[in-house]
Design a protein around this ligand. Structure first.
Ligand code: GRG
Length: 295
Protein backbone atom coordinates (compact mmCIF):
# COMPACT_ATOMS: atom_id res chain seq x y z
CA UNK A 1 0.00 0.00 0.00
CA UNK A 2 1.38 3.47 -0.90
CA UNK A 3 2.28 5.89 1.91
CA UNK A 4 -0.56 8.25 1.06
CA UNK A 5 -3.12 5.40 0.83
CA UNK A 6 -2.16 4.29 4.34
CA UNK A 7 -2.19 7.86 5.69
CA UNK A 8 -5.62 8.40 4.11
CA UNK A 9 -6.99 5.16 5.60
CA UNK A 10 -5.56 5.96 9.06
CA UNK A 11 -7.08 9.45 9.04
CA UNK A 12 -10.39 8.05 7.74
CA UNK A 13 -10.57 5.66 10.72
CA UNK A 14 -9.84 8.51 13.15
CA UNK A 15 -12.42 10.79 11.49
CA UNK A 16 -15.00 7.99 11.66
CA UNK A 17 -14.41 7.61 15.41
CA UNK A 18 -14.92 11.36 15.87
CA UNK A 19 -18.04 11.31 13.69
CA UNK A 20 -19.40 8.40 15.68
CA UNK A 21 -18.96 10.47 18.87
CA UNK A 22 -20.02 13.89 17.58
CA UNK A 23 -23.02 13.18 15.35
CA UNK A 24 -26.38 13.52 17.11
CA UNK A 25 -27.95 10.22 18.13
CA UNK A 26 -31.50 10.54 19.46
CA UNK A 27 -33.97 7.91 20.52
CA UNK A 28 -37.02 10.20 20.64
CA UNK A 29 -39.58 10.85 17.90
CA UNK A 30 -36.80 12.34 15.72
CA UNK A 31 -34.68 9.16 15.89
CA UNK A 32 -35.36 8.45 12.20
CA UNK A 33 -33.64 11.73 11.29
CA UNK A 34 -30.49 11.15 13.33
CA UNK A 35 -30.34 7.51 12.17
CA UNK A 36 -30.44 8.68 8.54
CA UNK A 37 -27.77 11.35 9.19
CA UNK A 38 -25.50 8.72 10.73
CA UNK A 39 -26.25 6.18 7.97
CA UNK A 40 -25.20 8.75 5.36
CA UNK A 41 -22.16 10.19 7.12
CA UNK A 42 -20.73 6.92 8.47
CA UNK A 43 -20.96 5.18 5.08
CA UNK A 44 -17.62 4.03 3.67
CA UNK A 45 -16.29 7.16 1.91
CA UNK A 46 -12.65 8.04 1.28
CA UNK A 47 -12.70 11.02 3.69
CA UNK A 48 -10.54 12.95 1.22
CA UNK A 49 -11.75 16.40 2.34
CA UNK A 50 -11.11 15.68 6.06
CA UNK A 51 -7.67 14.33 5.08
CA UNK A 52 -6.80 17.51 3.16
CA UNK A 53 -7.94 19.65 6.09
CA UNK A 54 -5.87 17.64 8.56
CA UNK A 55 -2.75 17.59 6.35
CA UNK A 56 -2.96 21.35 5.69
CA UNK A 57 -3.45 22.02 9.41
CA UNK A 58 -0.51 19.76 10.27
CA UNK A 59 1.83 22.03 8.29
CA UNK A 60 1.01 24.74 10.83
CA UNK A 61 1.08 22.44 13.90
CA UNK A 62 -2.64 22.73 14.69
CA UNK A 63 -3.68 20.44 17.57
CA UNK A 64 -5.16 17.14 16.33
CA UNK A 65 -8.50 17.23 18.24
CA UNK A 66 -9.30 20.66 16.78
CA UNK A 67 -8.47 19.44 13.29
CA UNK A 68 -10.67 16.38 13.79
CA UNK A 69 -13.70 18.48 14.75
CA UNK A 70 -13.29 20.68 11.66
CA UNK A 71 -12.65 17.57 9.56
CA UNK A 72 -15.99 16.12 10.72
CA UNK A 73 -17.64 19.42 9.73
CA UNK A 74 -16.39 19.27 6.10
CA UNK A 75 -17.32 15.59 5.83
CA UNK A 76 -20.86 16.35 7.06
CA UNK A 77 -21.15 19.14 4.51
CA UNK A 78 -19.87 16.85 1.75
CA UNK A 79 -22.23 14.06 2.81
CA UNK A 80 -25.20 16.40 2.69
CA UNK A 81 -24.32 17.27 -0.92
CA UNK A 82 -24.21 13.56 -1.83
CA UNK A 83 -27.56 12.83 -0.12
CA UNK A 84 -29.29 15.70 -1.94
CA UNK A 85 -27.51 15.02 -5.24
CA UNK A 86 -28.80 11.41 -5.18
CA UNK A 87 -32.46 12.47 -4.75
CA UNK A 88 -34.95 11.69 -7.53
CA UNK A 89 -35.24 15.41 -8.36
CA UNK A 90 -31.46 15.60 -8.95
CA UNK A 91 -29.39 12.61 -10.18
CA UNK A 92 -31.89 9.98 -9.00
CA UNK A 93 -29.33 7.41 -7.86
CA UNK A 94 -30.01 4.16 -5.97
CA UNK A 95 -26.45 3.35 -4.96
CA UNK A 96 -23.87 5.43 -3.07
CA UNK A 97 -20.74 4.23 -1.30
CA UNK A 98 -21.76 0.69 -2.17
CA UNK A 99 -25.10 0.90 -0.31
CA UNK A 100 -28.66 2.09 -1.03
CA UNK A 101 -28.87 5.88 -1.14
CA UNK A 102 -30.57 7.57 1.83
CA UNK A 103 -33.93 8.10 0.08
CA UNK A 104 -33.91 4.38 -0.83
CA UNK A 105 -32.93 3.17 2.64
CA UNK A 106 -35.38 5.61 4.33
CA UNK A 107 -37.63 7.84 2.19
CA UNK A 108 -37.38 11.08 0.26
CA UNK A 109 -38.55 13.43 3.01
CA UNK A 110 -36.13 11.85 5.50
CA UNK A 111 -33.28 12.18 2.98
CA UNK A 112 -34.00 15.90 2.49
CA UNK A 113 -34.07 16.43 6.27
CA UNK A 114 -30.97 14.30 6.87
CA UNK A 115 -29.10 16.46 4.32
CA UNK A 116 -30.37 19.62 5.99
CA UNK A 117 -29.36 18.27 9.40
CA UNK A 118 -25.82 17.45 8.22
CA UNK A 119 -25.43 20.84 6.54
CA UNK A 120 -26.38 22.79 9.65
CA UNK A 121 -24.44 20.49 11.97
CA UNK A 122 -21.26 21.33 10.02
CA UNK A 123 -21.62 25.01 10.95
CA UNK A 124 -22.55 24.19 14.54
CA UNK A 125 -19.26 22.32 14.87
CA UNK A 126 -17.17 25.14 13.36
CA UNK A 127 -18.79 27.76 15.61
CA UNK A 128 -18.09 25.73 18.76
CA UNK A 129 -15.21 27.07 20.93
CA UNK A 130 -13.94 23.51 21.30
CA UNK A 131 -13.07 23.59 17.61
CA UNK A 132 -10.93 26.72 17.99
CA UNK A 133 -10.47 28.99 21.02
CA UNK A 134 -10.05 32.16 18.90
CA UNK A 135 -13.50 33.61 18.02
CA UNK A 136 -12.09 35.41 14.98
CA UNK A 137 -10.72 32.15 13.59
CA UNK A 138 -14.09 30.47 14.21
CA UNK A 139 -15.86 33.25 12.28
CA UNK A 140 -13.33 32.84 9.44
CA UNK A 141 -13.96 29.08 9.34
CA UNK A 142 -17.73 29.59 9.14
CA UNK A 143 -17.36 32.26 6.45
CA UNK A 144 -15.00 30.17 4.32
CA UNK A 145 -17.22 27.08 4.44
CA UNK A 146 -20.40 29.09 3.80
CA UNK A 147 -18.91 30.78 0.73
CA UNK A 148 -17.59 27.51 -0.64
CA UNK A 149 -20.83 25.60 -0.19
CA UNK A 150 -23.46 28.21 -1.06
CA UNK A 151 -24.69 29.92 -4.21
CA UNK A 152 -21.21 31.20 -5.11
CA UNK A 153 -19.74 27.73 -4.67
CA UNK A 154 -21.06 24.17 -4.61
CA UNK A 155 -24.79 24.89 -4.81
CA UNK A 156 -24.26 27.44 -7.61
CA UNK A 157 -22.09 24.89 -9.44
CA UNK A 158 -24.85 22.31 -9.20
CA UNK A 159 -27.28 24.82 -10.71
CA UNK A 160 -24.93 25.51 -13.64
CA UNK A 161 -24.49 21.75 -14.05
CA UNK A 162 -28.25 21.26 -14.36
CA UNK A 163 -28.54 24.23 -16.71
CA UNK A 164 -25.75 22.89 -18.95
CA UNK A 165 -27.20 19.41 -19.45
CA UNK A 166 -27.62 18.74 -23.18
CA UNK A 167 -26.06 22.17 -23.94
CA UNK A 168 -22.91 22.98 -25.93
CA UNK A 169 -20.37 24.28 -23.44
CA UNK A 170 -16.73 25.24 -23.79
CA UNK A 171 -13.73 24.48 -21.55
CA UNK A 172 -14.07 27.82 -19.75
CA UNK A 173 -17.64 27.09 -18.64
CA UNK A 174 -16.84 23.50 -17.63
CA UNK A 175 -13.85 24.68 -15.61
CA UNK A 176 -15.97 27.28 -13.81
CA UNK A 177 -18.77 24.80 -13.16
CA UNK A 178 -16.41 22.16 -11.76
CA UNK A 179 -14.46 24.70 -9.68
CA UNK A 180 -17.73 25.70 -8.04
CA UNK A 181 -19.40 22.31 -7.74
CA UNK A 182 -16.45 20.20 -6.59
CA UNK A 183 -13.39 22.44 -6.33
CA UNK A 184 -14.83 24.97 -3.87
CA UNK A 185 -15.33 22.41 -1.07
CA UNK A 186 -11.93 20.82 -1.71
CA UNK A 187 -10.36 24.30 -1.53
CA UNK A 188 -12.31 25.14 1.62
CA UNK A 189 -11.07 21.95 3.28
CA UNK A 190 -7.47 23.04 2.69
CA UNK A 191 -8.26 26.63 3.64
CA UNK A 192 -9.86 25.63 6.97
CA UNK A 193 -6.74 23.71 8.01
CA UNK A 194 -4.54 26.70 7.15
CA UNK A 195 -6.89 29.19 8.85
CA UNK A 196 -6.79 27.15 12.06
CA UNK A 197 -3.00 27.49 12.00
CA UNK A 198 -3.00 31.27 11.39
CA UNK A 199 -1.21 30.75 8.06
CA UNK A 200 0.61 33.84 6.68
CA UNK A 201 -0.79 35.41 3.47
CA UNK A 202 2.03 33.80 1.43
CA UNK A 203 1.43 30.39 2.94
CA UNK A 204 -2.33 30.73 2.39
CA UNK A 205 -1.76 31.66 -1.26
CA UNK A 206 0.38 28.56 -1.74
CA UNK A 207 -2.22 26.31 -0.10
CA UNK A 208 -5.04 27.79 -2.18
CA UNK A 209 -3.02 27.39 -5.42
CA UNK A 210 -2.50 23.73 -4.53
CA UNK A 211 -6.18 23.25 -3.67
CA UNK A 212 -7.41 24.85 -6.91
CA UNK A 213 -5.31 22.60 -9.15
CA UNK A 214 -6.00 19.54 -7.00
CA UNK A 215 -9.77 20.14 -7.11
CA UNK A 216 -9.79 20.30 -10.88
CA UNK A 217 -7.54 17.23 -11.18
CA UNK A 218 -9.91 15.37 -8.82
CA UNK A 219 -12.95 16.24 -10.92
CA UNK A 220 -11.30 15.25 -14.21
CA UNK A 221 -10.29 11.93 -12.59
CA UNK A 222 -13.91 11.50 -11.46
CA UNK A 223 -15.16 12.15 -15.00
CA UNK A 224 -12.65 9.59 -16.31
CA UNK A 225 -13.76 7.03 -13.71
CA UNK A 226 -17.35 7.46 -14.88
CA UNK A 227 -16.15 6.20 -18.27
CA UNK A 228 -13.37 3.76 -17.31
CA UNK A 229 -14.33 2.65 -13.76
CA UNK A 230 -16.70 -0.06 -12.63
CA UNK A 231 -19.69 0.02 -10.31
CA UNK A 232 -18.17 -2.39 -7.78
CA UNK A 233 -14.98 -0.36 -7.21
CA UNK A 234 -16.79 2.99 -7.34
CA UNK A 235 -19.70 1.97 -5.10
CA UNK A 236 -22.06 3.94 -7.33
CA UNK A 237 -23.48 3.77 -10.85
CA UNK A 238 -21.01 4.53 -13.66
CA UNK A 239 -21.41 5.58 -17.29
CA UNK A 240 -24.07 8.08 -16.30
CA UNK A 241 -22.55 11.36 -17.54
CA UNK A 242 -22.75 10.80 -21.30
CA UNK A 243 -26.32 9.45 -21.14
CA UNK A 244 -27.42 12.44 -19.07
CA UNK A 245 -25.73 14.86 -21.51
CA UNK A 246 -23.48 16.13 -18.68
CA UNK A 247 -20.91 18.81 -19.36
CA UNK A 248 -17.65 17.03 -18.43
CA UNK A 249 -13.98 17.37 -19.36
CA UNK A 250 -14.08 13.89 -20.89
CA UNK A 251 -17.03 14.84 -23.12
CA UNK A 252 -15.11 17.92 -24.27
CA UNK A 253 -11.51 16.68 -24.48
CA UNK A 254 -11.84 12.90 -24.89
CA UNK A 255 -10.26 10.34 -22.54
CA UNK A 256 -6.58 10.79 -23.51
CA UNK A 257 -6.46 14.58 -23.37
CA UNK A 258 -8.49 14.63 -20.16
CA UNK A 259 -5.98 12.22 -18.57
CA UNK A 260 -3.06 14.42 -19.72
CA UNK A 261 -4.79 17.48 -18.28
CA UNK A 262 -5.34 15.73 -14.91
CA UNK A 263 -1.66 14.65 -14.78
CA UNK A 264 -0.52 18.19 -15.57
CA UNK A 265 -2.76 19.67 -12.87
CA UNK A 266 -1.50 17.14 -10.29
CA UNK A 267 2.13 18.11 -11.02
CA UNK A 268 1.21 21.80 -10.93
CA UNK A 269 -0.63 21.35 -7.61
CA UNK A 270 2.45 19.77 -5.98
CA UNK A 271 4.69 22.65 -7.20
CA UNK A 272 2.66 25.19 -5.22
CA UNK A 273 3.90 23.57 -2.00
CA UNK A 274 7.65 24.15 -2.52
CA UNK A 275 7.85 26.68 0.34
CA UNK A 276 6.81 24.02 2.89
CA UNK A 277 9.60 21.54 2.05
CA UNK A 278 9.29 18.07 3.57
CA UNK A 279 6.30 19.05 5.75
CA UNK A 280 4.08 19.00 2.67
CA UNK A 281 5.28 15.69 1.20
CA UNK A 282 2.01 13.85 1.97
CA UNK A 283 0.01 16.62 0.29
CA UNK A 284 2.26 16.38 -2.79
CA UNK A 285 1.72 12.63 -2.94
CA UNK A 286 -2.02 13.19 -2.49
CA UNK A 287 -2.09 15.14 -5.76
CA UNK A 288 -0.73 12.06 -7.56
CA UNK A 289 -3.07 9.74 -5.67
CA UNK A 290 -6.13 11.76 -6.64
CA UNK A 291 -5.53 11.20 -10.37
CA UNK A 292 -4.41 7.56 -10.04
CA UNK A 293 -7.28 6.37 -7.79
CA UNK A 294 -9.81 3.72 -8.87
CA UNK A 295 -12.71 4.90 -6.69
C1 GRG B 1 -27.23 18.91 -4.34
C2 GRG B 1 -26.54 20.64 -2.66
C3 GRG B 1 -26.21 19.81 -3.77
C4 GRG B 1 -24.99 19.87 -4.29
C5 GRG B 1 -24.60 18.99 -5.32
C6 GRG B 1 -21.08 18.28 -4.86
C7 GRG B 1 -22.42 18.06 -5.44
C8 GRG B 1 -23.21 19.23 -5.75
C9 GRG B 1 -22.92 16.85 -5.63
C10 GRG B 1 -22.23 15.64 -5.25
C11 GRG B 1 -22.29 14.64 -6.34
C12 GRG B 1 -21.10 14.65 -7.20
C13 GRG B 1 -21.02 13.52 -8.16
C14 GRG B 1 -20.20 15.55 -7.14
C15 GRG B 1 -18.98 15.59 -7.86
C16 GRG B 1 -17.94 15.52 -6.83
C17 GRG B 1 -17.68 14.14 -6.40
C18 GRG B 1 -16.91 13.29 -7.28
C19 GRG B 1 -18.14 13.70 -5.26
C20 GRG B 1 -17.80 12.37 -4.69
O1 GRG B 1 -16.72 12.61 -3.85
P1 GRG B 1 -15.77 11.46 -3.34
O2 GRG B 1 -15.23 10.67 -4.50
O3 GRG B 1 -16.81 10.54 -2.55
O4 GRG B 1 -14.77 12.05 -2.42
P2 GRG B 1 -16.65 9.71 -1.18
O5 GRG B 1 -17.83 8.78 -1.17
O6 GRG B 1 -15.33 8.99 -1.22
O7 GRG B 1 -16.72 10.72 -0.08
Amino acid sequence: MSGVRKALDDTAREVDQWMERLLPDNDGPDARLTDAMRYAALGPGKRLRPFLLVECGRIFDVARPRLMRAAVAVECLHTYSLVHDDLPCMDDDDLRRGRPTVHKAYDEATAVLAGDGLLTFAFELLADPETHPDARVRADLVLALAKASGAEGMVGGQMIDLACEQADVDERIITRLQQMKTGALISASCELGALMGHASPDAMQAIMGYARDLGLAFQIADDLLDVTGNEEEMGKAVNKDAGAGKATFVALLGVDRAKQQADLLARQAAKHLDMFGARAETLRETARFVVDRRS
